[in-house]
Design a protein around this ligand. Structure first.
Ligand SMILES: Nc1nc2c(ncn2[C@@H]2O[C@H](COP(=O)(O)OP(=O)(O)OP(=O)(O)O)[C@@H](O)[C@H]2O)c(=O)[nH]1
Ligand SMILES: [Mg+2]
Length: 792
């Protein structure tokens, strides 16, 4: 279960960290939020490069320019040391360790003869910087001269002290015969594992150890999977389970998933195998996986029989593989690093005797560099306490809802619009009070001016005239609203009388005619010319509303409509209302449902009792929530509400209780105070909020208001206090402004300003100006981070 801090981070920071989001691989076993979608996510630090096989190309940088004297990190750590400040000490320690990771990386680069201006290395350094910036704060990092690590690394390598402590534990997975064992042999340059060209060679899981340039490598060689078919499914699952048990106690740093480059063609589909892997190992495995393509020097033929370019063939194959992986996770933005391997001893070699691929790349050094970089990033993940290491959790990925999250949504006022007719809402009190004489009728008549007459007026006359119109409009709307509410009350009364006299009169009502709703506007796509089969919506009565749900991401419109939405509200008996709303979507793989059913009994004296059942699918599981609410209108201007809820998910039950009071002071001031708790086995989250709303004099015709709110949420001895202000008003005629700002005790917040106007075009200019300014600011920040990168 997530801590409150994680929850708050997830809720508030996910947007503000747009370019520097945490490293956490959200697909990890215990993650709660949906998998983070952006491919540049530092979370996937393991995803170091795109599938391009040429990514080894270095880019020019000023890496060798020494800028300023290197300042050791220990010094920085010492600077920031404050004896009474535990957090600072921890930060300083983490900073020192990050620096150690950097030094280690530079030492490894020296040993493996790799240049530090390699694109891959630059990416790793950049991500290390970002990760540290997120966790430790920019201010600490600014004092660190990144080139210091390189100098220290060179010194340490020259003296050999301290000894480099770096090892790699690599798990290899893939179908039988793809070349897992052969690759291990090629990496060590000696036969350490059995290979066989005709039958499965690796029968048992085996650790193959060795050392290259002082780095200890441990490969976990595994028996290959059989091509996916229903018969092989059990056997494949058995192999996977045995691997899972083997690595559970000592998880690998990296996972290599093998496939043969020459066997991938457009008909390739091993989706069931990938799906099975996800099922057994969990989504997280893919966030730490490198795709290894053996038979990397095969130059295939295109559909026309002529050889196609190597680069485009590789891009095509890796793209296809990636597509299936993305479907298996499912996460459309996941990009796994790819490495090409050629184990044929007769493959092309360079003048140094190293095997090279058709594009000239020395595959082995690239392979090792990729493994090292992945491990380095994994270490940083662990050190900075981001999620995303290869954790081996239970077999079924559990999605655990967080208590604070459940509580805060439970506390939010639950208003079911269809039931509101029968609910004694405080707002209605305002309307019912408005039985005073109508001001509008007492106004003297006004002559409406034509456009040319209006143009002739002086500036102040124009203003007076428009103000007068505005005033009259407000009064007129008020009058209409009052009449409407009076009519409704009368209708209710007369209905009650009719029902009393004759119960059959309902049946005589003619059924309303079916109305065809306009077709939904769909984005352009490749449709067939025949549109008859398109879903249409019919409204046959007021009671049921059924609509198709369009998935804008769908491939084409037929596929795009994969859901249906239903709504209904009925009066079961006198004063008993029920409402059902639901949405269901289903495609080839996934089924999701979301529905809310509620029934309410409104006592004529003002009490309302309601019960409801919400059903929502989450992954493969379902969340069921039963809730009940009682509203008591104990005083004319006061409504008290208490509610209980029981949520069931998996085999866990969450019980929530809340108490809320809404009070009106005069007609314009409204206070809402609530408190509640959410409990699950031993854990409890407490929370409450207070909101004061001041409405404009013209409410409800004009919705001018300002509201101040305060909230507190406590979970696991941590307390988060929050405050917010919301306001909506008309600063001048024809313009509407909405301001929304909030801040919490963890210094996280948001400011939102919305201005809409039908007259003042200059506002658009302000918006354009702000957007340009934001873009320029972003550019500047990017340049800065590039500078940092280059210095590294
Ligand atoms: N030409 C070529 N042959 C390869 C390559 N990789 C592997 N082979 C050959 O493919 C055959 C099978 O390789 P293995 O390493 O035994 O395959 P494996 O994935 O370990 O198979 P299992 O142990 O059954 O899971 C061997 O004869 C290898 O020599 C490659 O990149 N190019
Ligand atoms: Mg093998």
């Amino acid at each position: 279960m997530k801590g409150i801090r994680d929850w708050v981070f997830g809720q508030l920071l996910s947007k503000s960290l747009a370019s520097t989001r945490p490293l956490s691989s959200s697909g990890s076993f215990f993650s709660e939020e949906p998998v983070n979608e952006e491919s540049d996510d530092p979370a996937h630090m393991a995803q170091l490069e795109s599938s391009s096989p040429t990514s080894d190309t270095s880019f020019s940088s000023n890496c060798n320019q020494e800028t300023g004297s290197p300042q050791s990190l220990e010094q920085v750590a010492a600077d920031s040391y404050q004896p009474n400040h535990g957090v600072e000490v921890k930060k300083a320690n983490s900073l020192t360790k990050i620096e150690d990771i950097r030094i280690n990386l530079f030492r490894l680069l020296l040993r493996f003869g790799q240049s530090h201006d390699n694109l891959l290395v630059a990416k790793v350094l950049h991500r290390l910087h970002l990760a540290a910036a997120i966790r430790l704060g920019e201010s600490n990092l600014k004092r660190v001269k990144v080139d210091g690590a390189r100098t220290v690394a060179a010194e340490q390598e020259a003296s050999g002290i301290p000894e480099l402590n770096f090892s790699l534990r690599i798990l290899v997975l893939g179908k039988t015969g793809v070349g897992k064992s052969a690759t291990i042999n090629s990496v060590f340059d000696q036969t350490k594992a059995l290979t066989d060209a005709f039958r499965p060679a690796t029968k048992h899981i085996k650790e193959v150890m060795g050392s290259i340039n002082g780095v200890k490598l441990t490969f976990i060689d595994t028996p290959g999977f059989l091509p996916s078919s229903t018969i092989n499914l059990r056997r494949n699952r058995k192999i996977m389970l045995s691997v899972w048990r083997f690595i559970r106690k000592s998880p690998p740093d990296i996972v290599l998933f093998f496939e043969r480059l020459d066997l991938i063609n457009t008909g390739y589909c091993d989706f069931p195998l990938l799906k099975l892997m996800t099922e057994v190992f969990g989504n997280a495995i893919w966030f730490n996986t490198i795709l290894v393509m053996t038979h990397g020097s095969s130059t295939p033929e295109g559909p026309t029989g002529y050889p196609i370019s190597y680069e485009s063939y590789v891009t095509q194959c890796t793209g296809l593989m990636q597509h299936y992986i993305n479907q298996a996770v499912p996460n459309s933005k996941l990009e796994n690093p790819v490495v090409l391997v050629e184990n044929n001893p007769h493959c092309k070699k360079n003048f140094m005797g190293e095997s090279i691929l058709p594009n000239g790349q020395v595959w082995k050094s690239h392979f090792l560099l990729l493994c090292i970089c992945t491990k380095v990033l994994g270490d940083a993940n662990t050190l900075l306490e981001f999620e995303g290491g290869i954790e081996l959790g239970p077999l079924i990925t559990p999605w655990v809802p967080s208590l604070p999250h459940l509580l805060s949504s439970f506390l939010k006022h639950r208003s079911s619009p269809r039931l509101s007719e029968s609910e004694p809402d405080v707002d209605e009190i305002l309307l019912s009070d408005a039985d005073e004489e109508d001001d509008y009728d007492q106004l003297p008549p006004i002559r409406i001016l034509t456009k040319s007459q209006f143009e002739k007026l002086t500036k102040s006359q124009k203003k007076d005239y428009l103000d007068e119109l505005d005033y009259r409009e407000t009064l007129y709307l008020k009058k209409q609203l009052k009449e409407e509410s009076r009519r409704q009350r009368e209708r209710k009364l007369s209905e009650e009388e009719i029902v009393g006299e004759d119960n059959d009169s309902d049946q005589q009502q003619a059924s309303p005619e079916a109305v065809l709703l306009p077709d939904m506007a769909v984005p352009p796509s490749f449709d067939s010319d025949c549109t008859i089969h398109r879903y249409r919506c019919l409204v046959t009565s007021d009671q049921w509303l059924v609509r198709p749900v369009l998935d804008p991401q769908g491939w084409d419109h037929d596929v795009g409509f994969d859901g249906v939405n239903m709504e209904t509200a009925i009066e079961i008996r006198k004063n008993v209302h029920a409402s059902i709303t639901g949405q269901m979507s289903k495609d080839k793989q996934d089924f999701s449902i979301q529905s809310e059913c509620a029934a309410a009994y409104a006592d004529p004296r003002g009490q309302t009792y309601s019960v409801g059942l919400d059903v929502q699918s989450s992954g493969k599981g379902m969340i069921y929530t039963v809730h009940s609410n009682t509203k008591l209108k104990n005083l004319k201007q006061n409504v008290t509400e208490c509610g209980v809820s029981l949520t069931s998910f998996g085999n866990k039950y969450y019980v929530g209780t809340k108490l809320e009071d809404t009070m009106l002071v005069g007609k314009q001031l409204k206070f809402v105070v609530n408190a509640g708790q959410m409990r699950c086995s031993e854990q409890v989250a407490y929370g409450g909020s207070l909101e004061a709303t001041l409405r404009g004099g013209d409410y409800p015709v004009r919705d001018d208001r300002i509201s101040l709110s305060m909230s507190a949420l406590s979970f696991k001895k941590e307390m988060v206090l929050g405050g917010g202000i919301q306001s909506e008003f008309r600063p001048i005629r024809g313009m509407k402004m909405a301001v929304n700002a909030n801040l919490n005790s963890q210094n996280m917040g948001q400011v939102n300003i919305k201005i809409s106007s039908s007259e003042h075009i200059e506002i658009a200019l302000i918006a354009v100006f702000s957007i340009i300014k934001a873009i320029l600011h972003k550019k500047r920040t990017e340049n800065k981070s590039r500078e940092v990168l280059e210095m590294g």
